[in-house]
Write a protein that binds this ligand. Structure first.
Ligand code: G3H
Ligand code: 13P
Ligand code: ZN
Length: 309
């Protein structure tokens, strides 16, 4: 049991049709719910921390909570920085003991993204950490199936091959039509599987990462709305599309929004049904259970990662 890199996890996942879940963490209850599920399913696990999570919870708290989770469960866990925007935050996280960092240079032109990523790779590798980079831009809902815009935003396979060769990055996040948040598609969900297959063919040894992979299950949106929420039009990536992507090199699947929905739905329900409660443990305990249930469902039925530890 230890903090581990994603190297062995991805090596194994690349050979098979499953993916490792990478779940965003912001507080103790979220971490506990996720690790309980991974333990129950005997699954490999990545916990990831965004800049926003670092600001909210403070890095030292998150690091210690993850160390506590390892002690408590006996799991090997990879601790990953999600969407690092510059060299400094990646360096800080490596220095703090993160085993993996993402440098997100996707907003830069190719050459600058390569330069920045290489700088982070050199530092991280010298300190025993691994690096994820991103090429292509995740679609916003307004980009949905605009054929002309695809090459401007989605990952270009030949560029992915050049990028990996020049940076030596350990894994690559690609853009094939997913987006962050609860509102992913206006019409029918669409992911560019042809493009994904092309990328995988050109760089078969590079683990690929799918961001924006929440499925936004209707029952959780409905539950939020039933208990005073107002989130109409939420739509995620269908579960079968996530399963399909694991056949073409997707080894890491990022999930945050689904955790937020599961937790919020439960807290809303509890507070409406028990208006006299004001002990936070009364609603945070069921919220933690909801996280556990959601993550267990993902690992078992969507990522196919049960017993792959
Ligand atoms: O990709 C973004 C993640 O969902 C993290 O979101 O920046 O609000 O923590 P956040
Ligand atoms: P979702 O918003 O679909 O959960 O995506 C999370 C993500 O990609 C974190 O990097
Ligand atoms: Zn992301």
């Amino acid at each position: 049991m230890a903090l581990v890199t994603t190297k062995d996890m991805f090596e194994k996942a690349l050979k098979s049709d499953y993916a490792v879940g990478a779940f965003n963490v912001n507080n103790m209850e979220i971490i506990q719910g996720i690790v309980e599920a991974a333990q129950e399913e005997n699954a490999p696990l990545i916990l990831q921390v965004s800049a926003g999570a670092r600001k909210y919870a403070k890095p030292a708290y998150l690091l210690k909570l993850v160390e506590a989770a390892i002690l408590d469960t006996g799991l090997d866990i990879a601790l990953h920085l999600d969407h690092g925007e510059d060299f400094d935050i990646c360096k800080k996280c490596v220095d703090d003991g993160f085993t993996s960092v993402m440098i997100d240079g996707s907003k830069y032109p190719l050459e600058e993204n390569i330069r920045l990523t290489k700088e982070v790779v050199d530092y991280a590798h010298a300190h025993g950490a691994v690096v994820e980079a991103e090429l292509g831009k995740l679609a916003g809902i307004e980009d949905n199936i605009k054929v002309d815009a695809k090459n401007a935003t989605f990952t270009v396979p030949e560029e992915a091959a050049e990028f990996v060769a020049k940076t030596g990055v350990d894994s690559l996040a690609i853009a094939i039509g997913t987006s962050h948040g609860a509102f992913k598609f206006k019409g029918d969900p669409y992911l560019d599987f042809e493009r994904l297959q092309e990328i995988h063919k050109l760089i078969p040894d590079t683990p690929l990462v799918l961001h924006g992979a929440s499925t936004v299950l209707p029952e959780f949106v409905a539950k939020c709305n039933e208990f005073g929420g107002n989130i109409p039009g939420a739509q995620g990536v269908p579960e079968e599309m996530i399963r399909e992507s694991t056949k073409y090199g997707i080894c890491k699947v990022n999930i945050d929004t689904d955790l937020r929905l599961a937790m919020t739905a439960e807290i809303r329900k509890h507070l409406i049904e028990h208006p006299a409660d004001f002990d936070p443990r009364k609603y945070l305990a069921p919220a933690r259970d909801a996280i556990r249930g959601m993550v267990q469902h993902k690992i078992k039925n969507v990522l196919n990662a049960s017993n792959q530890r």
